[in-house]
Design a protein around this ligand. Structure first.
Ligand SMILES: [Zn+2]
Length: 355
């Protein structure tokens, strides 16, 4: 197995930045020290770049796991963007074996349906059985354009169902029939609100972010779930950040529709660039794509940290000339000359992508 030495980078270990060299041996991180001069099979000079724990995408859609409508080729939409582990946020197809066949590390949320304001777990139970411990949560679409739902009553049923099984709930909340406060008050610590900064009816700004502030303090996880430009209102996310409500998690919600658009550059790095453009600090951004999503998915022991003895899942990112523009549904435009770009991705100590 190869030894890879990444020199002169700024290391993000999941908790803080510091300058160090990183040496891998086989599939594990062997050494992190200010100067490492041991020999290696491959030496990468990361001067001016960030050497991060492999990024974790808490909301993605993988071909064969999500529906054919949404699923996209898992490795191609993740590894070139530094993402080494992801959660499929609908889990309607496939099984544990398919997920394990990906080079990308993965878990799933199994979908529960709303039917006339009742929760229906028939399919959900089948999916949970097929994925075993790869299923970490239940996903619901609390969205009148996708589900027949008018109140939080069925969401309460979903929370009970999930929590009894040691699972978390991920709620898609755009086009909500109720104020966001009702959703947030129904969720418990560790449950995830995705598309938390959408600009549709009943968004977070409606009550001046008060419900969101209280829920986050209780441990409800706020996930951006960018979805390209579809499910995030740039003005609302910018206002939230300015008011001190920092998203816990930045995810892509990458699908067949957003992957490979914008010159093939839509992915986690573009989401990080948008967050930076809207005022998030670098520490908050890196935390929101490593340690926080790892913990939110119950994988803090394995993902989201760069440390000696851990699996060598590493993303080397550059910040520089990487222009992009996006317009959200409300017409707010982000146009930037600078952005993050993935230069090198190691998965299990092997070079999985090199720019
Ligand atoms: Zn999604």
């Amino acid at each position: 197995m190869a030894r890879i030495l990444i020199k002169n980078g700024r290391v993000w270990d999941g908790d803080r930045f510091h300058y160090a060299d990183v040496l891998t041996d086989g599939n594990t991180v062997a050494k992190i020290a200010p100067v490492i001069s041991e020999t290696a099979d491959f030496v990468y000079d990361a001067t001016g770049k960030t050497v991060s724990a492999g990024l974790v995408d808490a909301h993605a859609h993988m071909r064969g796991i999500s529906t054919d409508k949404f699923g996209t080729q898992a490795e191609l939409s993740c590894l070139p963007f530094g993402v080494t582990a992801a959660a499929d946020a609908s889990g309607e197809n496939g099984n544990r074996e398919l997920l394990e066949s990906f080079l990308l590390k993965g878990v799933v949320f199994a979908k529960a349906r709303f039917d006339n304001d009742r929760a229906d777990f028939t399919k959900t139970k089948e999916r949970l059985a097929l994925f075993g411990d790869k299923a970490v949560g239940i996903k619901v679409y609390f969205d009148t354009t996708m589900s027949p739902v008018t109140s939080v009553a069925p969401l309460r049923e979903v929370c009970d169902f999930a929590h009894q099984r040691g699972l978390r709930v991920m709620v898609h909340c755009a086009h909500s029939p109720t104020p966001m406060a009702e959703i947030l008050q129904t969720l418990g610590a560790g449950d995830i609100l995705t598309h938390a900064f959408h600009g549709g009816e009943h968004n977070a700004a409606e009550d001046g972010f008060e419900a969101m502030r209280q829920a986050q303090a209780r441990g409800v996880i706020l996930d951006v779930g960018f979805a390209g430009h579809v499910h995030t209102d740039f003005a609302i996310l910018g206002q939230a950040i300015a008011q001190g409500i920092v998203p816990d998690v930045i995810s892509t919600d990458i699908t067949r529709f957003s992957a490979f658009t914008r010159g093939g550059r839509y992915g986690m790095t573009m989401c990080m660039s948008m967050a930076r453009h809207l005022g998030m600090s670098e520490e908050d951004i890196f935390r929101a794509v490593t340690a926080h999503p790892a913990k939110a998915l119950g994988k803090a022991d394995g993902w989201g940290h760069l440390a000696v003895g851990r699996t060598a899942d590493i993303a080397v990112l550059d910040f520089g000339e990487e222009g992009f523009y996006l317009t959200d549904k409300a017409g707010h435009r982000i146009s930037s000359q600078a952005g993050y770009r993935c230069m090198l991705t190691l998965s299990n100590g092997q070079v999985a992508y090199r720019n």
